[in-house]
Design a protein around this ligand. Structure first.
Ligand code: C5P
Length: 368
């Protein structure tokens, strides 16, 4: 029985039967399960401001969530274990269910090497959350992956953010934003975007610090993208270690005709709905270090150049690249042509419009 169909991004269900009995442990309490659908992100702008004493880098980045999604199901256990099962059966499918043509792509890369042990950020998040809540209840978790890893799309962070929302609901019957956001900022740089980066309509935000300080941007724009993930991923830590101060100056100096690209210009184009302006402001200073360690970065950029989109850019530390399209039809056409090379994962996606996670969950009281 669905008690709330909150929004495409987080649908919370309560069922009287165990839906995934194959993965549910005999020790599961099958009384109900909670489900979240969580988008990934692309960075429309990413500047590194400098290295910090703790080894991280201070960022100035603008991110938007897009409609390539994972699903997370969670149900209570009678014991204290947290068990995760990762389901990759939909990883070769697009949002509309059609094959994305990657049957032979990336068989040797890390895109779908998703751990199901305590090293997965979902498990780390749930463990940190219950410690912070002072409880010892367990959970069975099912993670359906569609977002490739080592892509710069924030899939692991999105999954962990969803786990914090659903863990909070599962174990306390309430959404605990302050606690969840505090736990999120300790776990990684991108989780807080998925918890706090919402403007009431869409997830679009300017993020600073390591990325965990989140300021939503007033934009309701539906943007159309093609995401291309090559068969070789990028390790985030390795890309940041390769970054030299000269990389960022050299990269931004080659910005748009109006001069250097800036988050302020990008944000004003986002607010004004100027997609041509947005395309011209796309920028990521990690392009150069990523390209120096992964030959696919430049190859993917050359592919996008052929189709003259509004702009294209690396997402995060790569290796996924996205292009901004004028229409959904243009996105489908570019995606279809890119798929014909049969050497990259290719997805069409649009900005993910939905109520914020707190707005969706605040109406829930599972105890009532
Ligand atoms: O935060 P996350 O776990 O995604 O970061 C992975 C690695 O990327 C960090 O261990 C760090 O080496 C690097 N990183 C960084 N500065 C950031 C974010 C990540 O140096 N703002």
């Amino acid at each position: 029985m669905i008690i709330e169909r909150l929004a495409p991004s987080v649908a919370v269900e309560q069922s009287t039967s165990v839906e995934h009995s194959s993965n549910a442990s005999k020790r599961s309490n099958g009384s109900y399960s909670l489900r979240a659908r969580i988008p990934c992100k692309v960075n429309l702008f990413l500047e590194v401001l400098g290295k910090r004493p703790d080894g991280y880098h201070d960022l100035d980045t603008v991110m938007t969530a897009v409609s390539l999604c994972d699903d997370l199901d969670i149900r209570p256990r009678l014991d204290t274990e947290i068990r995760l099962q990762v389901d990759l059966s939909e990883s070769q499918r697009l949002q509309d269910g059609s094959l994305d043509g990657e049957e032979s792509i990336g068989t040797g890369d890390n895109a779908w090497k998703i751990p199901s042990d305590p090293t997965n950020l979902v498990c780390k998040g749930l463990e940190a959350l219950r410690q912070r809540l002072g409880i010892d209840q367990g959970a069975d978790v099912l993670l359906r992956k569609r977002i490739p890893s080592q892509a710069g799309l924030g899939g692991g962070s999105a999954d962990a953010a969803a786990a914090l929302v659903l863990g909070s609901l599962l174990w306390t019957g309430r959404w605990e934003p302050t606690i969840a956001c505090e736990v999120a900022s300790r776990l990684g740089s991108d989780l807080n975007f998925f918890l706090e980066g919402h403007n009431g309509v869409a997830y679009v935000a300017r993020c600073s610090g390591r990325g965990e300080r989140v300021q939503p941007i007033a934009s309701k724009l539906k943007l159309w993208f093609v995401l291309a993930h090559p068969p070789q991923g990028c390790d985030t830590g390795a890309i940041f270690r390769k970054l030299k101060e000269t990389d960022q100056q050299a990269c931004n100096a080659s910005g748009s005709e109006q001069g250097k690209r800036s988050p302020e210009s990008l944000m004003s184009f986002l607010s004004a709905g100027d997609t041509v302006g947005i395309g011209a402001e796309l920028y990521n200073c990690l392009e150069k270090p990523a390209a120096s360690s992964n030959e696919w970065i430049e190859r993917t950029a050359s592919r996008f150049d052929r189709y003259n989109p509004l702009g294209h850019c690396l997402s995060g530390s790569g290796s996924a690249r996205f292009c901004l399209c004028r229409t959904s039809e243009e996105a489908e056409k570019i995606a279809s042509e890119l798929r014909s090379f049969r050497d990259m994962r290719v997805y069409t996606a649009s900005t993910w419009l939905s109520p914020s996670i707190p707005a969706q969950t605040e109406r829930l009281n599972l105890g009532s």
